[in-house]
Design a protein around this ligand. Structure first.
Ligand SMILES: [Zn+2]
Length: 261
């Protein structure tokens, strides 16, 4: 058995690989052990997923939407208790409507004296660097292909030996080339609620698919709480995607063509 990224023998590898990180509520899209070797798995966790997940914008998204990591912890958020006391706010997935605050004795005194307080949670947050997002997408794009080909007899070997995937593989695993742009836009509000057939409301956390354009360019499209991200699997440019969007009335490939509602 060989690794999808470094192509080395991975027969002794022990960890399964989450295509979308566990810390984004993925319990579904998982590659069995050995498809990605332990060393690549570990590298991705530290150098590709962590910078994305720990960025201010994603960690705030996880706070707002109460998404715990695999140890059950939701990232805390900085906040301000008026008139200006700094506070750290904590939430727990088991009690999503409760906020716990860590603050100074002065702030506690202020609350005690006034019997109430106003807490301001910051809205704007710095997004992860473009390159961080692109590498995160590159890793998922290749792994999501493997997920689809798992059941095919030579599916994974084909992916490993496909030279057209080597540039994207190198970008995910080694950070070369330096730049590989992606396309980002919002396709629905992060708080959008949908109803299932039984009338229960739910939110879409993440969804992904591929788009093959008329020019035979392959794109991986991933949406996280309505933020749609697209990367070209064949090379570092997104012009073909923008052209496809113009020709398709800016609809998302996740909701048009074969995915039309
Ligand atoms: Zn490897």
């Amino acid at each position: 058995m060989r690794c999808l990224f470094c192509k080395q023998d991975s027969s002794g590898s022990k960890s399964v690989e989450h295509v979308v990180p566990e810390s984004l509520w993925n319990t579904q899209h998982i590659l069995p052990r050995g498809v990605v070797c332990d060393s690549c798995n570990n590298y991705f966790a530290r150098k590709v997923e962590k910078p994305f997940l720990d960025s201010q914008a994603i960690s705030r998204l996880r706070f707002t939407q109460v998404i715990p990591n695999k140890r059950g912890r939701v990232p805390p958020s900085e906040a301000i208790l008026l008139p200006g006391f700094p506070v750290v706010a904590y939430r727990e997935a088991s009690t999503p409507y409760t906020l716990s605050l860590q603050t100074s004795p002065e702030a506690l005194k202020h609350i005690a004296n006034n019997k109430k307080g106003t807490l301001l949670l910051p809205i704007n947050a710095k997004p992860p660097a473009s390159r961080t997002v692109s590498r995160f997408l590159a890793k998922m794009a290749i792994e999501a292909m493997a997920l689809r080909l798992l059941e095919q007899p030579d599916g994974i070997s084909y992916l490993i030996d496909e030279p057209q995937l080597d540039p994207l593989r190198n970008f995910a695993r080694r950070g070369q080339p330096q730049e590989w742009p992606h396309h980002a836009r919002r396709i629905y509000d992060a708080d959008r609620e949908l109803l299932d057939l039984d009338g229960h409301s739910y939110q879409t956390v993440h969804e992904f698919d591929y788009l093959v354009t008329e020019k035979q360019e392959w794109y991986f499209i991933f949406a996280l709480f309505g933020l749609e991200l697209a990367i070209n699997i064949g090379g570092p440019e997104v012009d073909g995607y923008m052209e496809w969007l113009r020709e398709n009335k800016e609809r998302s490939p996740l909701y048009s063509g074969k995915n039309a509602p």
